[in-house]
Design a protein around this ligand. Sequence first.
Ligand code: IPE
Ligand code: MG
Length: 216
Amino acid sequence: MDGNGRWATAQGKPRSEGHIAGAATVRRITEAAREEGIRYLTLYAFSSENWNRPTEEVNMLMSLLVQHLSSELSLLLKHGIRLRTIGNIETLSDYALAALNDTLEKTAHCENMDLVLALSYGSRDEITRAVRLIAATDIKDITEKTISEHLDTSFMPDPDLLIRTSGEQRLSNFLLWQMAYTEFYISPILWPDFSKEDFRNALSDYAKRNRRYGNI
Ligand code: IPE
Ligand code: MG
């Protein structure tokens, strides 16, 4: 979800306005994904590197998260959407973590769709934590499956499609291990402007791809 800041700046507004508009896009695209029968939607909401932003912006993003966790809960429950997280969420503030844990628990029984928020997420950090976990076990025969099972994403399949908004062409430390065979779709549209139609266009583009997984 990239481009909130540029969207705001282009309109002469503070960056926070971009994040507020971006949060509305989260609701819209989650709805579109549900309508299209997407089983797992993962949103890169806050990276481990985003902690380096000015404190004011970090605090604003955290309070936006807490606000939306509470305002969206009834909709999640209504549609059977389970909230999940990946990332080092222990680094979140106590109040954000409490709100998060509350929503995680209340939606734990939902089975239609998983909405996965990457929070304080960095792929290298995730892999490092997984290696530490494995090293603390007595597992001797370490396979690719062992590694996958110790990543934060152990509960879900590798992503089929990555959509990156705002035209940036990089992974930015997102799901490096999991995206070995993921299809990429780069959209020039800034996240606050990303519409349901844009999302469906990405899906139809994906549907035309020929995935060979290294085969012919
Ligand atoms: C993405 O928008 C939202 C978050 C990282 C939370 P940015 O804030 O990165 O927007 P730009 O890249 O400055 O336009
Ligand atoms: Mg950005």
